[in-house]
Design a protein around this ligand. Structure first.
Ligand SMILES: NC(=O)c1ccc[n+]([C@@H]2O[C@H](COP(=O)([O-])OP(=O)(O)OC[C@H]3O[C@@H](n4cnc5c(N)ncnc54)[C@H](OP(=O)(O)O)[C@@H]3O)[C@@H](O)[C@H]2O)c1
Length: 336
């Protein structure tokens, strides 16, 4: 495993880390035993950074991570959780301004207290605002509330998880923001244009989420793939339940299937498409780590192996860029 500095936190985190949304059970039924086996495999493979949220399985994901810490007392385990989406409804019926008001000191403190309990700890390693409405980035009092939580010792560091590149740019203006989590994969390249350079200069870490475009970049999906009723790939394909960019990167399913076939032709021998997709992300120096979601030990081991495969050559990087520009960019680039 390779490690990179996360912002100015002093944490050195695994280049391929672990996204713990799916093990909360929000992607179809999961067995805690299998999820824990996946988490143990991650530690065995050198992963030391886990991304979760208070709402993943309503705390189930956080509690599984607390169990992992209990079972692996000698391992370094850094947990990034998120706060904000317990304010329901977070979107739809409420206006963005109304939702933004709920990102106040009292609510954030209550959410943090609950995560402290779920994670069975005195201080949270990293708390990220969980894709709040854009208005929140124009409310310095929200960031002052997070500063206060740091002063009180309840959280060590904080960052943001954003939907849009402009929100990421705005977040960089707050001096104590340590990390920005953003969608970044072969099919969502816009952050590399402008944001990466700005974040790198300010020493703000970048967590690349949806690194496998909800599983599409593993190459295993087909036109006929079916998903469980409660899996967001079944019900949020067009953004009905939360942001339109989140499931399958907000890109037409069939177009991605065709683009995946083109990508497969670029994968060097000995590498899987998933490993190629994760290695492609790591080629960007500004990115601290990717956080692929995985549900079982086999997926974890396969994904972590991407940290060991050789770098991609310039021609391959250019070919992925061209594929993006020709097929994907017109569909998504200016939508976020
Ligand atoms: N708003 C936010 O802040 C936000 C939003 C989304 C995600 N996230 C974070 O980002 C993480 C990752 O994003 P994501 O979970 O949406 O998507 P992703 O990492 O792009 O895709 C994950 C899914 O791909 C499949 N998969 C993973 N590794 C595989 C392998 N080696 N072989 C075959 N299939 C594999 C698994 O699903 P199946 O086995 O079911 O196919 C897995 O759940 C989340 O866990 C979460 O921590 C944050």
């Amino acid at each position: 495993m390779q490690y990179r500095e996360l912002g100015r936190t002093g944490y050195r985190v695994s280049q391929v880390s672990f996204g713990a949304w799916a093990i909360g059970g929000s992607w179809g039924a999961t067995e805690d035993r299998e999820s824990l086996a996946a988490l143990h495999q991650a530690v065995n493979s050198g992963v030391n950074f886990f991304d979760t949220a208070d709402v993943y399985g309503d705390g189930r994901s956080e509690r599984l991570l607390a169990q992992l810490k209990r079972e692996r007392p000698d391992a370094e385990i850094i947990i990034a959780t998120k706060a904000g989406r317990r304010s329901q409804p977070h979107t739809a019926a409420h206006t963005a301004a109304h939702t933004a008001e709920r990102y106040n000191a009292a609510n954030l403190t209550a959410y943090v207290e609950r995560s402290l309990q779920n994670l069975n700890t005195d201080a949270l390693d990293l708390v990220q605002l969980h894709c709040p409405p854009t208005d929140v980035y124009y409310r310095p009092e929200v960031f002052a509330a997070l500063d206060r939580l740091v002063e009180q010792g309840k959280i060590r560091f904080y960052g943001v998880s954003v939907e849009r590149v402009e929100e990421a740019m705005k977040a960089l203006e707050y001096p104590n923001v340590q990390s920005v989590q953003i969608i970044f994969n072969c099919f969502r390249q816009r952050p590399a244009d402008r944001f990466f350079c700005a974040a790198f200069q300010k020493q703000v870490g970048i967590l690349a989420r949806l690194p496998l475009s909800s599983g599409m970049l593993t190459g295993k999906l087909t036109r006929d793939s079916q998903f469980a009723a409660e899996d967001h790939r079944n019900f949020n394909r067009y953004g009905a339940a939360f942001d339109a960019g989140e499931t399958f990167s907000g890109i037409d399913y069939d177009t991605q299937l065709q683009a995946v076939e083109q990508l497969k032709a670029l994968v060097p021998p000995g590498m899987t498409l998933a490993q190629f997709a994760l290695r492609w992300i790591a080629m960007f120096e500004a990115v601290t780590c990717s956080i692929p979601g995985a549900k079982n030990p086999l997926q974890v081991a396969a994904n972590c192996a991407a940290a060991e495969v050789h770098a991609l050559c310039d021609d391959t990087m250019l070919a992925v860029q061209k594929l993006y520009e020709d097929r994907i960019k017109p569909l998504v680039h200016h939508r976020w």
